[in-house]
Design a protein around this ligand. Sequence first.
Ligand code: DGT
Ligand code: CA
Ligand code: CA
Ligand code: ZN
Length: 572
Amino acid sequence: MTNAEIADVFDQIADLLEFQGANPFRVRAYRNAARTLRELTESLEQMVYNSPDSLTQISGIGADLAEKISTLVKTGTLPLLEELRQQVPMGVLEVMRVPGLGPKRAAALYRELGISSLEQLREACMAQKVRELPGFGAKTEEKILQGIELAAEAGRRTLWAIADQLVQNILTHMKQCKEVGTIEPAGSYRRGKETVGDLDFLVITRKPAVVMDHFSRLDGIAQELARGDTKMSVRLALGIQVDVRVVPEESFGAALQYFTGSKAHNVVLRGLAKDRGLKINEYGVFRGERRIAGRTEQEVYGALDLPWFPPELREAREEFQWAAAGQLPVLVELADLKGDLHVHSDWTDGQNSLEEMAEAARQRGLQYLAIADHSKRVSMAHGLDADRLRRQWEEIDRLNEKWKNFQLLKSIEVDILEKGGLDLPDKVLAEADWVVASVHYGQNQSREQITKRVVEALSHPAVSVFAHPTGRLLNERPPYAIDLEAVLEAAKKYGKMIELNAHPARLDLDDVGCAAARKMGVLVVISTDAHSISGLDALRYGVLQARRGGLSRQHVANTRPWPELKRLLGRS
Ligand code: DGT
Ligand code: CA
Ligand code: CA
Ligand code: ZN
């Protein structure tokens, strides 16, 4: 059991106790314990087996909680948890997790309206019964409905990074079958969309039945949904559906084009074909009965006098205008990136030392790395005050003597405070190479309020970039109410940059935001926000998103060597 899993159990106990109206001090003890355990660097499991006495030395963990941690590690569950689960209807846990609710409000909904499932909650909102409860109101009711929508959707779409692992597994499995000639993933996965609904594969084979039999032996299939002569669909245990289609070799390009989509892109394409008296479908491009293209995507697009479009651009946004002008952009690539400008270390909530992070970045071919640990306001992460920050910078100076073609940058992820203003004195910020500003608190402020404090932060001379600009967490948290256009305008005005946070659950800016920055002339910085060495590998997800936004290397700040980037910041 990982520390995070143990912390989750304690959080769940706190939720369930609070739902029951238990003593608030008892509730808080579990919540605080969960937070402490989540931040602990040593493994609880190892402590339980190697030095159980040391558990009580963790702050906030007394004999009782230590005992519970041991039981959890050894048995995988707790009598208390099982007991609470018996007492509280299962669906209530889901109701609690709807944004804007929580245990207390879930309890009121249960007590007053008998609501113990998302479906019942939705019905009660639709019937406008929820707004009548004390402390709820029409606006809350509306918010709850949106929250249910989000919670329902959360189960439906898979993060691209997870889909990618599945795709690689499936490809490896399928290539073990010698009857599989060619196999390619299509759909939203191929377009690099940040979440995918289902996976679509196309196969060329002379023996479809053999290929489908082989596919049905893939590990992790929960259910076979459908099987015909040329198409098979299954549901994986993880919940995602996978479609495999067998297509003839002479139509492969047309099928790949068609099933890559997007639907909107294909609609425009069909219109363009029609204008020329042609017909396009998954079998090819036809003049009358005669197929004039279909074997490759190049051939299919070529038959319509169009260039081959990188799949990331196929959303019917700007790609057809670019093609008409003969100016398809050359999109940014992973190899273009020369540095990562937002990572954390074990000075705050990261897992690796400065040196470990630096060596890992060097191994990945980067020339610079900005250590942007949290500032003090983010107390949960042991954020840095001016003294600790300066000590970190001294260590960075020492480390930098080691390397010739690599540099650690002195940086900070400074919090934009709820009331406006930055979390560290101007004097300290002025000494940094690179200042990342971000919002962690007051995320629920009104559009005016949150936009104002971000615009103000961008006007600060020391700030370099605004990080994870909308705060969204895919499947978990919607964007802040922020006015992105106003933020981009401010960035433009003050010569600041905007981050595309490459964490697979953030990808914030999204593709549309990236395109907006490009059109406004604001440079985008692709950074990982890595909290460990492996987090550095997320750069590629960011690159995919940037490409979806139509960004070329010149639109991305960290394709430049550091000295050049520094000149752009006016900090030479
Ligand atoms: P997803 O799976 O929801 O993330 O999105 P996609 O884009 O992968 O959509 P999906 O799996 O329904 O279909 C894959 C592609 O096949 C889609 O992008 C376009 C094409 N396609 C599927 N059904 C239709 C359709 O009814 N009309 C048109 N024009 N294209 C379709
Ligand atoms: Ca799909
Ligand atoms: Ca599909
Ligand atoms: Zn960060």
